[in-house]
Design a protein around this ligand. Structure first.
Ligand SMILES: Cc1cc2nc3c(=O)[nH]c(=O)nc-3n(C[C@H](O)[C@H](O)[C@H](O)COP(=O)(O)OP(=O)(O)OC[C@H]3O[C@@H](n4cnc5c(N)ncnc54)[C@H](O)[C@@H]3O)c2cc1C
Length: 388
């Protein structure tokens, strides 16, 4: 594994970072990817290992304990980890981009300084929880209640589909402080300690992204100190929206990593597998298939790194983030399906990595803002002056 070939010009430092992460992923993640997948349990040591390397702090300023670097470096990290194991990369993505990201950008300096160093060193593990049984794409339906009581809030209700939720030490929970159904106001974000009395967790079984552990969380009279508010009491979730917009770009990088692994396996198989007296790759239909996969991956990668560069340069990147997320997630699904098809029965076997790519990719299309919502945002931008 030599690492993905970028489509934007990387600096020498970024190139060397990519090579370093690719080497790490090839030696410390890829060899275990199938076993971790089968066990469907997260390799928790990875947090401390990435923390030691300073990689959990990539994209966070040194003044708040980060390792520097920016959105491009963060894309590199997530893409290369996802090439080795998308499920493992998903856990790191939620921990750094969403949990640590919201604390770094929205929390008070006191709360940030209390929790962020632990997350960036990997001593603490983070999760981000907004989904509920009745609140999916429509966050305004969130019902988990945060009731003011004395010096804190009492949480009652539940969350579901929470990545890292089985083991997280800090969970950023979106909770309703005032009942204004259908609006983004009245939604707070609270950094809940994983050991809080009244917090129960149960594991959820899923189709793909197996090593990333998914949980249902139950809050029963769970007291959270007011100092744990991330942002305003009624506007915290709104204040975290830019964190989620940024997240689409890094989710796109994860999709590119998964798609890159699938394409690599397809090329290898088409080269090695002989039928009709020649490798599959001698057949024009197969060659065209590979070419289509490569074209989609390169286009996706250009959009993801283009959006990351715009973000790094302080430009408006919201629509580019939506386009990158849309194209990269659909490219990943297309490439994973084509890779499985090219492998035939061999790919269908449970020990084959391509069946893993095929199971892992789908969530990237409906998670992080379903692709229909991205299309809606892109169309709205286009109709109000966004220039392609
Ligand atoms: C592996 C995995 C990990 C996850 N990790 C987390 C996590 O860490 N934290 C967390 O909070 N949540 C997490 N989730 C949940 C995720 O946030 C939700 O899946 C997502 O918000 C979509 O909600 P939903 O699945 O309930 O789909 P729904 O909201 O029910 O939507 C279903 C489908 O309806 C269509 N649709 C929805 N809205 C629109 C629209 N506006 N226009 C057109 N069509 C639309 C789309 O096709 C969409 O796929 C995870 C889910 C999975 C599977």
């Amino acid at each position: 594994m030599t690492g993905a070939r970028p489509v934007i010009r990387l600096t020498d430092t970024q190139e060397s970072f990519r090579a370093q992460v690719a080497r790490f992923a090839a030696s410390e993640v890829a060899p275990h990817a199938t076993a971790w997948d089968r066990e469907d349990s997260y390799p928790l040591d990875l947090f401390a290992r990435l923390g030691e390397l300073g990689w959990l702090g990539v994209g966070f300023g040194e003044e708040i304990g980060g390792s520097g670097g920016g959105p491009v470096e963060r894309c590199i990290l997530i893409e290369e980890l996802a090439r080795a194991s998308a499920g493992t990369a998903l856990g790191i993505y939620v921990h750094t981009v969403l949990a640590a990201g919201a604390l770094a950008e929205v929390a008070s300096p006191a709360l940030r300084d209390e929790i962020l160093p632990g997350l960036l060193s990997g001593q603490l593990k983070g999760a981000w929880a907004y989904a509920e049984p009745d609140a999916g794409a429509d966050v305004t339906r969130a019902r988990l209640a945060a009731r003011r009581e004395g010096e804190g809030f009492v949480l009652d209700g539940s969350k579901m589909y929470i990545t890292n939720g089985t083991f997280a030490d800090v969970i950023l929970v979106v909770a309703r402080t005032s009942l204004e159904p259908g609006r983004l106001t009245g939604l707070a974000v609270l950094a809940v300690d994983g050991s809080s009395p009244g917090l129960g967790r149960s594991r959820m079984e899923k189709m793909g992204m197996w090593p990333s552990e998914l949980a249902e969380l139950h809050f029963d009279n769970c007291l959270v100190p007011a100092g744990r508010l991330v942002g305003g009491e009624d506007l915290g979730f709104r204040e975290c929206l830019p964190v989620l917009s940024r997240g689409r770009v890094f989710g796109g990088a994860l999709a590119c990593g998964l798609a890159g692994a699938a394409l690599e396996s397809a090329v290898l198989h088409a080269t090695n597998r002989e039928q009709f007296g020649a490798p599959l790759a001698a057949l024009q239909a197969v060659r065209f298939n590979l070419a289509d996969m490569a074209a989609r991956l390169r286009a996706a990668r250009a959009l993801v790194y283009g959006a990351a560069s715009a973000m790094a340069g302080g430009e408006d990147f919201d629509t580019d983030a939506s386009i990158a997320k849309l194209v990269a997630s659909e490219a990943a699904t297309y490439i994973a399906e084509r890779a499985l098809h090219l492998h035939g029965a061999q790919g269908f076997m449970s020990d084959s990595p391509v069946q893993r790519y095929y199971r892992d990719c789908k969530v990237l299309e409906f998670g992080e803002g379903a692709n229909e919502m991205q299309r809606e945002m892109i169309a709205r931008a286009l109709l109000t002056g966004f220039r392609c």
